[in-house]
Design a protein around this ligand. Sequence first.
Ligand SMILES: NC(=O)c1ccc[n+]([C@@H]2O[C@H](COP(=O)([O-])OP(=O)(O)OC[C@H]3O[C@@H](n4cnc5c(N)ncnc54)[C@H](OP(=O)(O)O)[C@@H]3O)[C@@H](O)[C@H]2O)c1
Length: 228
Amino acid sequence: MPKIQRAIVVGASRGLGRALAETLADRGSQVVATVRSNRPTDPRPGAGGIEPFALDLDHAADHDRLAAAFPAGHFDLLFVNAGVSGPDHQRAEQASVEEVGALFTTNAVSPIALARRALPLVRPGGVVAFMSSRMGSVGLNDDGALELYRASKAALNSLSRSFAVKEALPAGRGVLVLHPGWVQTDMGGTDAPLTALESVSGLCDVIAAALDHPAHAFRDYRGIELDW
Ligand SMILES: NC(=O)c1ccc[n+]([C@@H]2O[C@H](COP(=O)([O-])OP(=O)(O)OC[C@H]3O[C@@H](n4cnc5c(N)ncnc54)[C@H](OP(=O)(O)O)[C@@H]3O)[C@@H](O)[C@H]2O)c1
């Protein structure tokens, strides 16, 4: 299986992003791990193979800095992991303009904006991955829970298709939209059945299998294709 030699993980301060950066580094990848500040403990302190980079996903100027910081075609993988769950009420009729704006900006619009800006950093045959969720599937929504979060991930899925067909695929880069499973993190909570390590181990295998086969696909951490 082709190796992920160099990767960028966006949103690596904790949870799945941090586990992803650490797992990639443990497997021998050179990882640029973005965090919202240059805190010295983010991610793993002094870890070999991990280079921190200060970036707020919602700041376009940070996208520009990232795009200018590395040579074209330097990375096998750009993984946009950062995300938020939105307001506790999760109800359309209670949502303020500000709540909707913040949720959809961070979960859907900013990931695509960053990916467009940083696409030249990914080598031909490389992969741009977005951390979506099974909850972003319209077809698989059978209980309606967390409706605002769901809608933001459905928007991400839709935007990822536009990005894939307009830019990434014609340039020979693949686009993966990934569901990590229900995972024990600040967002997933302690009842979740999966550890972050179990989830990201699977995600790394799914990405490695997609290298050099450019396509737009929605898969879970076991590689199972999901209904849009
Ligand atoms: N956990 C699950 O069960 C689950 C299931 C499906 C999908 N997901 C998705 O997986 C991704 C990671 O979730 P998680 O469970 O690891 O959540 P988490 O523990 O809450 O971590 C969220 C991460 O996103 C970062 N982030 C949020 N907004 C950001 C911004 N504007 N700029 C830069 N970084 C930002 C956070 O950075 P700070 O530390 O600076 O806040 C943190 O590193 C999310 O996209 C989430 O929707 C999670």
